[in-house]
Design a protein around this ligand. Sequence first.
Ligand SMILES: C[S@@+](CC[C@H](N)C(=O)[O-])C[C@H]1O[C@@H](n2cnc3c(N)ncnc32)[C@H](O)[C@@H]1O
Length: 389
Amino acid sequence: MNRFQVGVRAREQKQREKVGKSTCLSVDIRRNLTENIVFLIHKAFVDRTYSSYPCYDTGLESIALRSELFHVVVPYDARSTRDETADSAPKSKKLKRSAKEFDEVTLKVKDKHTEFLNLHKNVEKASDFSNKIALEFVDEFNRSVHYDVDKVFNGANDSQFIVKTSMNNEDYIIPPNCRFFNSDVRNLSDFLTTEDKFDFIVLDPPWWNKYIRRTKAANEKSGYRMMDNDSLKSIALENHVHHRTVVAIWCTNAPSHVDAIEKQLCPKWNLRLVGTWYWTKITKQGEPVCTFNEKTKKQPYERLFIAVSSNSAVKDIATEKYIFSVPCAIHSNKPPLLELFTDYLPERPKCLELFARNVYPNFTSIGTEVLKLQNTRLFQLLSSKHEVQ
Ligand SMILES: C[S@@+](CC[C@H](N)C(=O)[O-])C[C@H]1O[C@@H](n2cnc3c(N)ncnc32)[C@H](O)[C@@H]1O
């Protein structure tokens, strides 16, 4: 395996400690609107991470995610935003439709969204009426980025500094105290030993799905490879779970995927499901990014299954939670979750993310695109001379 060295040696680190400064942003990342409704700000979490540590030898003073990525101001398909139960529909038809078309889960999430809108008062005022800024930015990134998913490499940043590094003519930002493996997760035992146990594990599997297949056929760079349920089952996750581990598994709404988690993956991984959380993607004004739909159609929400080991000592994890956030316009990019789990984890948790496209402090991240979203093109970099890079 190719060792991709980004570590900063201890001696150099000591010298730098004198000059390395950080100004931690004090911003709202999570607002608990009720016990189980939470508003999460993806960009604020990432920006706070990068404002919490000094940079090593980068000449950078501040690092923040590009705001273009979150310029989601209208539903993606603005023509289909009319709610099926909107007031313009005749009343009898309205009731008939909502009872017929929405399954129980969708109705529940939809009701929570209405509650969210009533509670979440400080929505941003519309300054634009299209998502063009975000879509064009992401299109350009997908078109021009070079990332070799077949290149097997690994690396680590053992220091407390943010490091900038290059690979194949692309620059990457590496946060402190992390390690990463650009590799197939089915080879987990090649990089982790059974001694490697984690407090928090996040998985976002590339579930088999027609949309990704179509996207990948249309544009090789914006889709990704998928995995069937048997291959997912072959991952030896059970070796890395201890009696207080909390596991969060992203899942589509497809019944076959939900079924696979409940009946195949959790039993194989020695996990017990304790909660189902829902992430609803909203525009800056709070609307869902697409309408709530009948069962087989696209929904503005995704599921997050919460599991613990079968003999777990962890208690009091919310069985249901409704997360609302403005999504990053990069396809399938999820909001960082750590902020939602701090109550259940030790102060400096040891974390693992499988199928990762980012790296975060205190995480071991594994995936075939593990550094893809650490590319400096996705960040606003301000140099110490206050030049925007
Ligand atoms: C759903 S995406 C993950 C998205 C990520 N959580 C985010 O927020 O951006 C799944 C990722 O797994 C990668 N992948 C597909 N097959 C894989 C495999 N066998 N081993 C590791 N990663 C794989 C895909 O290339 C893709 O980057």
